[in-house]
Design a protein around this ligand. Sequence first.
Ligand code: GLU
Length: 304
Amino acid sequence: MDYQSILEDIDAQVRPLLGREGRVASYIPALARVSPHRFGIALRTCDGEEAAAGDATTPFSIQSMSKVFTLTLAIRGLGEALWQRIGREPSGSPFNSLVQLETERGIPRNPFINAGAIAVADRLLSQGADAKAHVLEMLSGLCREPVHIDAEVAQSEADTGFRNTALANFMRGFGTLDNEPARVLDVYFNQCAIAMNCLQVARAAGYLCRDGAHPYDGTAVISETQARRVNALMLTCGTYDAAGEFAFRIGLPCKSGVGGGIVAVLPDRLSLCVWSPALDPTGNSLLGRMALELFVARTGLSVF
Ligand code: GLU
C-alpha cells in the first residue's frame, strides 16, 4: 500500500477545512494560544516503513495521549494488581467528571479519564522511581529521539487544574491514592505537558501494533496479552464519551488528547498519529477524527 500518497491525499482534503469549525481547548491557557490552522499525520508500520504529511514534525502537547504510556508503565510494573483501584469500563461521562467517582466510592471507571490517569500516576510514584523521568525515558527510548516536557504548559495546567485537584483529593479521601495529591498531580500535569510530534508518537506507539515488542529493537515493552488489553481499553475508553462513535465510524483503538492529537493502532499492521488542535464538543480533534475516517475508508483497514 502506498501510505505516503494516502497521507498526502488526506492532508490535501483536510487542509482547506482548517480553522472553519471546532475550537482549540481554552481551559488550559497555554493551549488556547495554539493555532487551529495546523494538521499533521504520520504512521509507522510494524515492518518499520514510515509515512508523514502536513505538520507531522511540529511538536504539540500530547495531553491525554500520555495516558497510554503511563498505563503501559504501570501495567508493566504492577501487572494485575493495577486493577484493584482502577476499573476498565467506559465512563460515558466527561473526562473530568466528579459525579461517577462519588457513587463508585473513589474507584475511577478506567485509566483514560482524568481520575483514572491520576490514579495511575499515583501507582507510578509508589513504584519508587522518579515517575516524570521514567515516562520521558520510556518515550525517548520508544521513538529514539529526545522528548521533553513543555514547562509553560505544565505550569499552566497546575495553575488552572482545579478540577483535577478536586479529583485527586477526593480519591485520596477514599484511599485510592497512596501519595500526597500535590505530588501525584505534579506527575500528571507534567505527563500531559509532554511535547511530541506526530511522527514521534506514531513511532512510540509501535509496540501496541507489535504485540508489545519495542518498535525498533523488538524487546518486550509489555507482554502480548498486556498490549492487547491496552488496545482494548483504547477502543472502549480512549476518546472520552465519543468512544462508541469512534468505534462505529473508525474501528481502531484510539486515544485522543485535548491538544488535538489522536494516536491510533491497527494491531499487526501499523500505528498512526494525527494532530489538529481544533476540538469537537466531545474534546476530540475534529479534523483528526475526519482524517482517521478518510484513512480507514481509503485503506479498508480496521479491526472489524
Ligand atoms: N491535562 C488535561 C486535563 O487534565 C488533559 C485532558 C485531556 O487531554 O483529555 O484536563
